[in-house]
Every structure is written in C-alpha cells, then in structure tokens.
Design a protein around this ligand. Structure first.
Ligand code: CTP
Length: 439
C-alpha cells in the first residue's frame, strides 16, 4: 500500500541540529549545523535579561527541554524583577545562576566552565541595555562575562519598546554584534506591552526554537503535506466579493511547523497579508473553486492534508461581468454551494491522513464530532468563534482536538504554539494509525 509503505517509523527520528562550536578566534557567520539522528542532547545556556518578555523564558525552557536540550540558566539582576529564579530552576531542573562570583556556585561549575559547557548561548529576552553592554564588550555581570568567555554560537532574541529598538544607538549595537557573528532572532512587529505598536516584540518561544533549529526533525522527511489556509473570496462583480475574517495565521503557523519536521509542503492560501514560512511551496488562490483546483491537482501523492482554510460555503451563482450599479432599491443575490474540499479529499480511494477544522459558535464538541464522522476525517481541530476564547483575527486561540476514539484540549495560547502541539498530535496519530483507505 502506497501510504503505509512510505510512512516513517517512530523510532530513531528525533533529530536535532547540533550547533558546532566555532574555533576560538574565528568569526561565526550564522550557525554551523550538523544533523544527527537519535536523542542527541544539546546544551543550551539560556541568558534572561530584564524585560517584560522575561515571562516567556519559562515557556522557552519547557520547550527546549521537550526537544531534548539540557538547559542551564543565567539571569541578570533586572530579570529577577520579572520572573523568579525558582520558577526557571523548577522548569530547567538546574540551579539558576545570578551572580558572577557566588562562592557556592563557583565551587561547582565556575563561570568559565559554564561558558565552555554550552553548545549554544541563547539570550531571550535581550534588552537594549544588555545589547549595549554586549556590544561594548563589558563583563560587569555573569551573563555578559559568559558571553565574552564562550566560544559557542550566540543568539539573541531582542525585546524592547519599538522606539528603543529603532534608536540609532541600538541599531549601531546591533550592527556591531551582527558583525561579530552573533545571530539576531527577531524581533517581531506587533502590539507591545507598553500599548504601542511596532518592531520590538520578542519572538514566540516556538519561533525561537524554529530559528535555532532545535525543534526541527526529520519525521516528515520525504512526506508530502498540503495545508489550506486563509479565507476565500467569492466574486460578486469585478470589484466586490463575499469574504470572511480569517487571517490565515493558524494555517501559516501549521505550515511552518509541519515544514520544520521535514515535510515537503504546499501551502494553498487564500488572500492573506502574512509572510509565508520559508521553504514552503506557496500557491495563492482567491476563490473556493480555485482552492479546490489547486488542492486536487496536488493530492495524488499527498500523505497528510490539513484543511485550515475558512472556505466560503456558498458563492454568487453568476458574478456580474461589470460593476453592479446602485440603480435598484433592492438587490437579491442568488448563492450556490461551493464544493467541500475537505470532504472531497477524505473520500478519495487513496486518501491522505486528513485533518479538518471546525469553527463553531456553540455545541463545540458535538458539532466537531459530527463533522469528524460525516466527512470521514482522521482528526478535527475545533475552536469556538466569537466570545473571548480566540478565533478569527487573533494571535491566540484554544483548540479541542478530536479523532476516532480520542480527544485532547489545547488551552488558550499563541497560534504558533498551538500549531506545534497540533503538529505533534498529527505526527503521533499519522505514524501510529495511517489512514484506512476507502473502498
Ligand atoms: N471546508 C472545505 N471546503 C469547504 C468548506 C469547508 O474544505 N467548502 C473545510 C474547512 O477548511 C474546515 C472544515 O471544512 O477544515 C470545516 O469547515 P466549516 O465551515 O466549519 O464547516 P462546514 O462543514 O462547512 O459546516 P457548517 O458551515 O455548516 O458548520
């Protein structure tokens, strides 16, 4: 059987990109990545400096450890005002270091040994102040001393107010650090804790993991995956259309997450302002019919199909050839049903592992179960739309994942994290239960 033969095994596919230390005195230009199969542990020295984004360090530690990394943490004095060392100690399983010359800690692993121990020094968040101290080569606390003493690659995830980020002083520091081979991850643009908008938001932990390639794996290497994303537009006339509020965020995050596991990924996207993840084959479409064509053209050798798009259920029967004029008191539209792309894929004789979404305003589980059964899916991710639990046009969401005989709730969180967790579940189910073929 085509699909069964091609599915990977669960064993021996936890691959980590190990970051080779650069020889002393040489300048690292980006990371040198070496791929190893097996449970290779990467030693990550995580520096946390004092910004509001320090709370994200807790999630970052959890995620690094999930990926098999060993994590040791160094906090600046200011960071401790935002998150306690005890929290990070509990999550990392290692004592958190805060002082340069702590006699107790130095008796164990001294700061030079700690600098040598690391495969990677990751500073998240990196504040404007920390970047300035690093650019100047100061060694006035444990973290800056370690950064000077290490030969491991260094990555910074900046987080600060957008004006501070854009200030010439910060930009000069940034250029100096980059010039020394320090890798800069982000920052992202968006709403900031200070209530303003602009570049300066720290990347989400999952984005940092992707950037440093620890999360990457080869479980889906050689597998073909199609993800649909975004809204569709159903033309009324040459200038107007029926659309919906989907931003494409969930689909794009899933595409990024699945591609990071090695999938050969086609992202069939309705109109979206988002930047597509690198390395995916982006197929832009407008209407449901175009999306159907784009999917069906590529479905023959597809292993996993994820329908995250908000496809319009109906389209105007006959879009006007010319702009509709407001010459009538009333205007009636006649709509006809669009093909259900998801149901069509799930009913193929040689079907891929098929995952659907359900956006509901009520009776979430009941409605999602009904869709799982009637469309014959392997999995469905359901979310409530409207209310305060996320949904369209938001960066956060909560999902209820159902499959035949099982369920899991993914609590409210960034869509990037939900996408990673959903990808884990898809992988788990796909590997253990390949799709049964239709008669
Ligand atoms: N979907 C699709 N093609 C369509 C409509 C929906 O592929 N023409 C997919 C969506 O991408 C999503 C799933 O079907 O994965 C659920 O869509 P949803 O609109 O929530 O459910 P419907 O089945 O359309 O039912 P209803 O609108 O009545 O709730």
């Amino acid at each position: 059987m085509l699909f069964r033969d091609r599915r990977p095994s669960l064993q021996g596919h936890v691959a980590f990109a190990c970051l080779s230390p650069r020889p002393a005195g040489t300048r690292a230009v980006g990371f040198s990545l070496a791929w190893h199969a097996g449970t290779v542990s990467t030693k990550v020295l995580l520096g946390v400096s004092g910004g509001i984004a320090a709370y994200k360090a807790a999630e970052l530690v959890r995620r690094l450890r999930e990926q098999g990394a060993e994590v040791r943490i160094v906090m600046t004095a200011a960071a401790q005002s935002f998150i306690t060392p005890l929290t990070l100690q509990a999550l990392s399983g290692n004592e958190v270091r805060t002082d340069l010359l702590d006699p107790g800690a130095e008796a164990g692993m001294d700061h030079i040994e700690l600098a040598r121990w690391a495969d990677l020094v990751l500073v998240a968040p990196a504040t404007a102040d920390l970047m300035a101290r690093l650019a100047a080569g100061l060694a006035d606390d444990l973290l800056t001393t370690l950064v000077l003493a290490t030969t491991a690659p260094i990555a910074l995830a900046p987080a600060m107010n957008h004006r501070m980020w854009l200030h010439p002083a910060t930009q000069e520091n940034l250029a100096r650090l980059r010039g020394r081979g320090v890798r800069i991850l982000g920052p992202a643009e968006g709403d900031q804790a200070c209530g303003e908008r602009g570049p300066g938001r720290m990347l989400e932990p999952s984005e940092i993991l992707d950037a440093i390639a620890l999360r990457s794996g080869s479980q889906l290497k050689g597998r073909r995956v199609i993800v649909t994303a975004g809204p569709t537009r159903e033309a009324l006339d040459p200038v107007r259309y029926i659309g919906n509020r989907s931003s494409g965020r969930m689909g794009y995050a899933l595409a990024r997450s699945l591609a990071a596991r090695g999938a050969d990924l086609a992202l069939v996207s309705g109109p979206s302002a988002l930047t597509p993840p690198s390395g995916v084959d982006l197929v832009r479409v407008e209407s449901a019919l175009e999306m159907e064509t784009a999917v069906m053209e590529r479905i023959a050798d597809c292993d996993i199909f994820v329908a995250a798009a908000a496809v319009a259920d109906y389209r105007p029967e006959e879009p006007a050839q010319k702009k509709i004029k407001k010459s009538h008191a009333e205007l009636s539209l006649r709509l006809v049903k669009n093909p259900d792309i998801l149901a069509q894929v799930a009913s193929l004789a040689q079907r891929p592992f098929t995952v659907g979404f359900a956006a509901e305003t009520q009776d979430l589980e009941e409605q999602a179960l009904k869709k799982l059964k009637t469309k014959g899916l392997d999995m469905i991710a359901a979310n409530l739309v409207g209310g305060d639990t996320g949904g369209f046009e938001r960066t956060e969401n909560a999902l209820l994942i159902l499959w035949p005989g099982g369920r899991r709730s993914l609590p409210l969180g960034p869509k990037s994290r939900l996408a990673d967790d959903l990808t884990d579940l898809i992988l788990e189910r796909y590997l253990a239960h390949p799709p049964s073929q239709n008669p």
